[in-house]
Structures are given as structure tokens and as C-alpha cells.
Design a protein around this ligand. Structure first.
Ligand code: T46
Length: 136
């Protein structure tokens, strides 16, 4: 099974006026789009996330500025800096995620496959490890 996340390179549609990137269901994102949210005005030093999802699939795009994701599959942790609107971080499976180092101007847009559902969150790291163990 391939990794539960990957970085997608979006095709930039540009002309002399500037750049445009389009995301639609089945184009630049593989899942049905049910929700969009964005994180901005993040205060200095703040870290967010610290959870995993059971079913949710998401595409995270830093449309302005930069931030760093820590992605943890229960065995290895990787840090990934997002600083370009032509890249999307697709998270499809059991991944513990943390976000940090938000630039002052950072706007993080997330496209999600499901409506907001608190019961889909795993907020306890040990519980996450247990779910990963039972899943493999
Ligand atoms: C994720 C990372 C990347 C809602 O009411 N609706 C929503 O769609 C979302 C996402 C959040 N909320 C409420 C729940 C909390 O009271 O907004 C508040 C802040 O959410 P949270 O603390 O979960 O934010 P983050 O930045 O820790 O996590 C978010 C997403 O929740 C999560 O799915 O993967 O961004």
C-alpha cells in the first residue's frame, strides 16, 4: 500500500495577467469535495492539529505564505514545508498531523471529502497508535 499522503503538483494556468490554479472534483483532487475551510491570522509560535482522522480525506494548500506539516504514520515522522500555491498535500489515510511555523501571512486552504464531524477525529496519540496497529 502506498503512503497515506503525497504532494501533488498542480498545473498552473498562467498568462500575461498572472497565474490561476483550478481544483475540481476529479481534477487535481481525487475525492468528492464536501467542505472547504481555511486557516489564517495564525499567531506567532502557534502549533495546530495534533490529531488524525478515521475516514476523512483532505487536500491542504498554502495559497499564501508558508507553514510546516509534521506527518506521522505511527512508525515514521516527516516534516514537510508548504510554501507554494502550486503544491497540494493530499492526506488520504491514517496520518497524525501537526502544523507549525506559520508565516504571518500564511493562508492554509483545506479541501475535505466529508462534512465536519468531531467523531472522525482521533485526538489521543496512543489511541492513534492502537488504531494504526489494528489497521495493518
Ligand atoms: C485538520 C487540520 C489540517 C468547525 O466547526 N468546522 C470545520 O470544518 C473545522 C475544520 C473546524 N471547526 C471548528 C472546530 C474547532 O472548534 O473550528 C475549531 C478549530 O478546529 P481545530 O482545532 O480542529 O483546527 P486544527 O487547525 O487543529 O485542525 C484543522 C482540522 O480540524 C483538521 O481536520 O486536518 O486542520
Amino acid at each position: 500500500k502506498k503512503s497515506n499522503y503525497e504532494v501533488i503538483d498542480f498545473k498552473t494556468l498562467g498568462d500575461e495577467r498572472g497565474s490561476l490554479i483550478a481544483i475540481e472534483e476529479g481534477y487535481n483532487t481525487p475525492f468528492e469535495i464536501k467542505r472547504v475551510y481555511y486557516i489564517f491570522d495564525t499567531k506567532e509560535g502557534v502549533e495546530r492539529g495534533f490529531h488524525a482522522h478515521i475516514n476523512l480525506k483532505q487536500m491542504a494548500i498554502v495559497v499564501k505564505g508558508s507553514c510546516t506539516f509534521t506527518l506521522d504514520n505511527g512508525k515514521t515522522r516527516e516534516e514537510l514545508k508548504l510554501d507554494n500555491p502550486n503544491k497540494g498535500l493530499l492526506i488520504e489515510g491514517l496520518i497524525w498531523r501537526e502544523m507549525k511555523d506559520f508565516s504571518e501571512d500564511c493562508v492554509l486552504v483545506v479541501i475535505a471529502s466529508e462534512h465536519y464531524d468531531e467523531s472522525d477525529y482521533i485526538r489521543d496519540y496512543n489511541k492513534f497508535l492502537e488504531v494504526v496497529r489494528n489497521d495493518s
